[in-house]
Design a protein around this ligand. Structure first.
Ligand code: DGY
Length: 327
């Protein structure tokens, strides 16, 4: 019997990952594109593997980890092909001696591109007007036809000024925007100057911004960070952009805020109960919705896949994986 480690890959991932994984292990992979194994299916398959290469759609909770840690061979490491890792109970993994890694850095600009794209699409009503045209309803240029919000020179509020938040600020500077930010800890004066960022309180950001873009991680502290109270503070013209995690927004409160005109619109790439979407959002023509494609360029997804695979390879070589998450 081979003494090579066994690796389970939970979804079909970009090709670039497989040669790295196959260089040191025996790979068992979900080959069906678009098929996501259920929690029970994954829990049935994972025990007996040394390494798990997983995605943000896999829930790796305490029960799952305990089952895999008790198996033979026991689970040694989980590489999440995502920068967000709220799908994994890292504290329990750490207690059980299981290493966990993510893929920061490689998707920063791609995600910021999508966030800014959603901002433009929502402000300028691009998807709504495209549907109108395709439906054969364009009868000629009109002075009031699809007038939207001005982006150039407007105020953008960034919540979470990490890598992606800062990349969003860089894009905003090309549009001459005033950029406010709120973060757990204030950036250095040099960083603020580099990105032309102004630190403000959470409440001030909500009150002042024409566009609010979320770039914070999803944790217990950021669960429903944007809810009824926060919508009440926003301008009626405000447009909310979310490419982070759905449950940072109380989605039911968002629907009410949109229905009552408390805010103008939203551009959303992530949802509270993904892949389920609040039916009311689907009915709102002016809201722009995308199926969690923030990092979805071929180049970036390949980089995410090789980053995850290289984290496992480093562990196998006895090195500290570059993107280890355990404290
Ligand atoms: C992530 O990496 O966390 C994104 O949500 C998917 O690319």
């Amino acid at each position: 019997m081979s003494d090579k480690p066994k690796i389970l890959v939970t979804q079909k991932v970009p090709d670039a990952a497989y040669p790295i994984l196959e260089s040191f292990g025996i790979v068992e992979a979900n080959e069906e594109e678009g098929v996501i194994w259920s929690y029970d299916e994954l829990l049935h398959r994972a025990p007996g593997h040394d390494y798990l290469f997983c995605l943000l759609t896999d829930t790796i909770d305490a029960r799952f980890l305990e089952t895999c840690a008790a198996a033979n061979p026991r689970l040694k490491m989980i590489a999440n092909m995502a920068v967000g890792f709220n799908n994994i109970d890292v504290a329990t993994a750490t207690r059980l001696g299981i290493a966990v890694s993510n893929t920061p850095g490689v998707l920063t600009d791609t995600t910021a591109d999508l966030a800014f794209g959603l901002l433009l699409a929502t402000a300028r009503r691009i998807p709504e007007s495209e549907r109108f045209l395709r439906a054969g309803r364009f009868t000629g240029w009109g002075p009031l036809l699809f007038c939207g919000a001005e982006v150039y020179g407007a105020t953008l509020g960034i919540i979470g000024a990490g890598r992606i938040g800062q990349a969003m600020a860089r894009r905003a500077s090309g549009f001459n925007m005033r950029v406010l930010y709120h973060n757990r800890s204030r950036l250095s004066a040099e960083e603020e100057q580099r990105y032309n960022l102004t630190f403000v309180s959470f409440e001030e950001l909500l009150k002042e911004s024409d566009f609010i873009s979320l770039h914070c991680p999803y944790t217990q502290e950021t669960h429903h960070l944007i809810g009824e109270r926060e919508f009440a503070l926003m301008k009626p013209e405000a447009i909310l952009i979310n490419t982070a995690r759905g449950a940072i927004i109380d989605e039911k409160a968002l629907v009410r805020a949109l229905q009552t005109g408390q805010i103008a619109s939203a551009g959303l790439d992530v949802f509270e109960n993904e892949p389920a979407i609040e039916p009311e959002l689907l009915q709102m023509e002016h809201v722009v919705l995308a199926p969690h494609i923030g990092s979805a360029s071929l180049k970036t997804r390949s980089l995410m896949a090789t980053t995850a695979a290289n984290n496992l390879l480093a562990f196998q070589k006895g090195e500290v994986p570059p993107n280890i998450l355990n404290p």
